[in-house]
Ligand binder design. Sequence first.
Ligand SMILES: C[S@@+](CC[C@H](N)C(=O)[O-])C[C@H]1O[C@@H](n2cnc3c(N)ncnc32)[C@H](O)[C@@H]1O
Length: 492
Amino acid sequence: MTESAERVPTRRLPIIAANDPSPLRPVGSIAGRQVLQVSDHEALFSNEELLQPTPGAWLPRIAGRTQYPMPDQVGRYGTYSEFVKAPKYMAQWVHWKTRTDLILEGRYHDVPPAHFEGIFTLVCNFMCPHCSRRVTRTKWVEGGTWEHNTEVEKKNTMDAHGLRRVIDQLGEHRADDQMGIVWGGGDPTANPYTYDGMRYARSKGITSSFLTNGVFLDSDECLDTDPILVRVSLNCGTEEAYRKFHGYPKGWDYFERAKQNMKDLARRKLQRGARTLVGISLIVDERNLDDVVAAAELIRDVVDAAGPGIDYVIARPVMNYQHFDQQWARLKEDTTRRALDLVTEGGEAWRIIDDLGIPLVLIKDSFDPPPEPDTYSDGSCLSYGLYGEIRHNGDIQLCSDSYGNPEYTIGNIFETSLEEIWRSDRRRAVLDQVNARECFKTTCPHNSRGHHHNRVFHQIEAYRKAGQMDVVRQWVDDLREVTYPLGHSFFV
Ligand SMILES: C[S@@+](CC[C@H](N)C(=O)[O-])C[C@H]1O[C@@H](n2cnc3c(N)ncnc32)[C@H](O)[C@@H]1O
């Protein structure tokens, strides 16, 4: 594909009319069931392993079924068109049989983790004022860094040997054929051992999701490791806004690099026929609201130059996390609504992305205000076991939504095996401590995976209390029937 290649829309989001029995064409089968094509991403179908661009992008249609289980509402059913519109990432867990059996038995503490966020380096070339890891990088760890391109050393980055030790242990904890690492940070490109680590993880059957600002991304090195997804945090479309939003000095060539690397990534993905999903992330507040359309135009430039190698765009507001020491996100009363106007159907940025045939994924909960604490029943966080976090020094966090807060540290993988940490008194004590302040109601980011699982698992517990677990079991079986396993635990 040359720089001036004609833009070819590759995918269409589903337009599914209610009662229309066949808006989608069959493209193959998984586990003996027909796969219907919701998107036109031909490249995906030529690979051995099929990857859905987003959870629920492909859905089986079951002959004779009229009622479909709603993935986020236990025991509730809707029509096929209601089901098609409902978020499907909440149906991933039912395909992990061992974990689901434990959840159905109420043994949440015994659930084996599905993935870990790997904060293997704190080093980053950016100093985004709003950085969700800002407190970790400045206060919560020894060796924290709040500078651009801090020198990589032991106190801020896990070395190659450490990474291998971690990966060996994670490899032993695969359950339901599932264990993953979200390579984050800092920026994973700052760690010279990242790509080797990802390659090694792949050899141990561990899946990877790679989140980067893209400025120092080496597309071929990265794609060599066969990650499930690579997501570039773009956020802006013009140099000045990009520089201010990401907090680096005037005169640096980071914006140009990010643009070039996105083109390389999209182009190399296509040339290599890689199954890796390429995503672009946009987070929005007052600082870049006026730049969102330019960001969409930039994505169009990338596709024009490189070909249709971008699989999805995800957009959400910048969050003011509970752990922030200041309101770093610049949100006015109507910022979220104005952002939504741009990125929902018909909006100016939406039109550009939609013309390219790229799914624009909005995380609904990120746009909604947090639910009232009394939305939840009392009791415990129930989702902490599914996703953990490992830090650069080997510390393991109770869950992946604690952003490095040391109060959530349950052990160190270089001192105690993961197996022992999982069964330790300390893990239980940390859980009791955070439950005592009801952190799952009050501090857990309301757009997080843990938060979503809690909502569902608490509904399950209400059915258990009412002696109606048969309703839950049927709903789980039905969800398994009407969704496909993703083959990984990541969202986008
Ligand atoms: C903390 S970064 C680390 C990985 C990598 N440096 C990157 O830029 O993707 C991970 C993701 O969190 C997002 N993020 C950071 N601070 C945020 C905030 N306050 N609200 C919402 N998302 C945030 C970033 O935009 C990025 O997509």
